[in-house]
Design a protein around this ligand. Structure first.
Ligand code: COA
Length: 372
C-alpha cells in the first residue's frame, strides 16, 4: 500500500523536469532552474519544455512570434467574458474559459501531434489575455489589446495594468514565469496527465489541471500568503500572529513541501526578487514581514518556504491583484502542463490505479421500509 496521497509513488516517466528533494534542486530537461532564471526567458523555457532542447536563435524567434500572434481571443470567449467577470472568481473563470476555448480552436478536434502542439502554444499565448481581460472588465476599465511586440511577461503586465511596464519589472515577471513553468508530478500536472491518458483532448486535460491548481494546498497558497501578510499588516505583530496560527494547529501557507526536504530552489530566487521589487517600488514592508514569518516558521517547525511564499510579495509589488496570483501561476504552468500532456500522448497507457477497499462486505439489500 503506497503512502497516503500517493507519497513516493512514481506515476510516470518524464524527460521534462526533475527534482532532487534532498538537495533542493530543480531541473528542466537537465538544466538547473537557477541557471535558467539567470539566463533564459519564458519564451525560451517554453521551447525547452516542449522540444527538450534549447532553441537556436531562429527557433527562439519562431516561438516568440508564434506566442505573440496567437494572443487574441476568439469571439466566443469575448462574448463570454463579461458574464465571467460579473459572476465568477478568477480561477473558476480561467477553468471555464479554457474549457470554452476548445469549441473554437482553429484546429478543432484534430488530435494529431502537430495540431496538439499548435493548441498548446495557443493556450500558452492566450492565458495572459484571458486573465487581463477578465480583470479589466470586472473593474469597468478599457480592455487593452495584446501587443505582439512585447515579451510574454511584458505584454501580460501591459494588458493588466494598462501601461508598458518598466523593463526591470517585466524581467522580474519573466523570471517568475520561468520558475513556475514546470514541477514534475505535482497535483495539477498529474491531473492533466490522467485526463490525457484517457485520450481526452488537450483543452480538457488543461481544464482538469486548472481545477486542481485552484486549491489552497497547491496554487492557491500564494494568494493566501498575501492575505495573511495584509491581515497582519504590522511588522511588529508577525511573530505573535504566526505563533497563534501554530497554537491553533493551522497551516502556514507558503511553507512545507511534499518533495523538498530543504529550501525550495525557486524560493531562493523569489526571495531576492521580493527584495528587488520592494526596493524598486519603495515598499519593502511585505518583504521584511516575509523574512520574519520565515524565521519564526523555521524556528518553530523547521519548515522551509515553497514557491508560493515569496511569489506573493513579488506579485503584489508588481501591482498584480491578489486574487490573480494563482491565475498568473497558471499562465506559466500551462507551458509545463501542455508539455506533459503531449508527452503522455506520445507514449500513452491509461492511468488507472487501484484502491484499498475499507468498507463493509457481504451486505444484503434491505427494502426501504425495513431500514432502521
Ligand atoms: C505543501 C503541503 C500540502 C505538503 O503536504 P504533505 O506532504 O501532505 O505534508 P503534510 O501536510 O502531511 O505535513 C507534514 C507535517 O508538517 C506539517 N506541515 C506541513 N506544512 C505545514 C505548514 N505549511 N504549516 C504548518 N505545518 C505544516 C504538518 O502539519 C504535518 O505535521 P504533523 O506530522 O505534526 O501532523 C503542505 O506542506 C501544506 O499544506 N503547505 C501549505 C500550503 C502550501 O504552501 N501549498 C503550496 C505548495 S507548493
Amino acid at each position: 500500500m503506497p503512502g497516503r496521497g500517493l507519497e513516493d509513488v512514481v506515476a510516470a516517466q518524464t524527460a521534462i523536469s526533475d527534482i532532487d528533494g534532498r538537495l533542493g534542486r530543480l531541473f528542466y530537461v537537465g538544466y538547473d532552474i537557477h541557471e535558467l532564471a539567470e539566463n533564459s526567458t519564458f519564451e525560451e523555457t517554453v521551447w525547452l519544455l516542449h522540444h527538450l532542447k534549447l532553441p537556436t536563435q531562429d527557433e527562439l524567434d519562431q516561438i516568440a512570434d508564434q506566442l505573440g500572434v496567437e494572443r487574441d481571443l476568439d469571439d466566443f470567449v469575448l462574448r463570454l467574458m463579461p458574464t465571467m467577470a460579473e459572476q465568477t472568481s478568477p480561477m473558476s473563470m480561467l477553468r471555464t474559459t479554457v474549457s470554452a476555448m476548445s469549441a473554437h480552436d482553429p484546429d478543432g478536434w484534430d488530435q494529431s501531434p502537430d495540431a496538439n502542439y499548435r493548441k498548446a502554444m495557443r493556450l500558452v499565448a492566450r492565458f495572459p489575455t484571458v486573465i487581463a481581460m477578465y480583470d479589466r472588465i470586472r473593474k469597468n476599465l478599457d480592455v487593452i489589446k495584446p501587443n505582439p511586440k512585447l515579451s510574454h511577461a511584458g505584454n501580460l503586465l501591459y494588458m493588466l495594468l494598462g501601461h508598458e511596464p518598466e523593463e526591470e519589472m517585466a524581467r522580474v515577471l519573466d523570471i517568475c514565469l520561468i520558475l513556475h513553468a514546470d514541477h514534475t508530478m505535482n497535483a495539477s500536472t498529474f491531473a492533466a496527465r490522467v485526463a490525457a491518458s484517457t485520450l481526452s483532448d488537450i483543452h480538457s486535460a488543461i481544464t482538469a489541471a486548472i481545477a486542481t491548481l485552484k486549491g489552497p494546498l497547491h496554487g492557491g497558497a500564494n494568494e493566501a500568503v498575501m492575505n495573511m501578510l495584509l491581515k497582519i499588516d504590522d511588522p511588529g505583530k508577525v511573530e505573535a500572529h504566526v505563533k497563534k496560527l501554530f497554537a491553533e494547529k493551522k497551516k502556514i501557507m507558503g511553507f512545507g513541501h511534499r518533495v523538498y526536504k530543504t529550501e525550495d530552489p525557486r524560493a531562493t530566487v523569489l526571495r531576492k526578487l521580493a527584495k528587488q521589487v520592494g526596493e524598486h517600488v519603495g515598499e519593502t514592508k511585505w518583504y521584511e514581514m516575509s523574512l520574519t514569518v520565515e524565521e519564526v516558521v523555521k524556528a518553530e517547525k523547521g519548515l522551509y518556504p515553497n514557491v508560493d511564499f515569496f511569489a506573493a510579495s513579488v506579485y503584489y509589488g508588481l501591482g498584480i491583484p491578489v486574487d490573480l496570483f494563482t491565475p498568473i501561476f497558471a499562465a506559466s504552468r500551462v507551458s509545463g502542463w501542455t508539455a506533459h500532456v503531449r508527452e503522455q500522448y506520445d507514449d500513452n497507457r491509461l492511468i488507472r490505479p487501484e484502491s484499498d477497499y475499507i468498507g463493509p462486505r457481504n451486505q444484503h439489500y434491505i427494502s426501504i421500509d425495513q431500514r432502521g
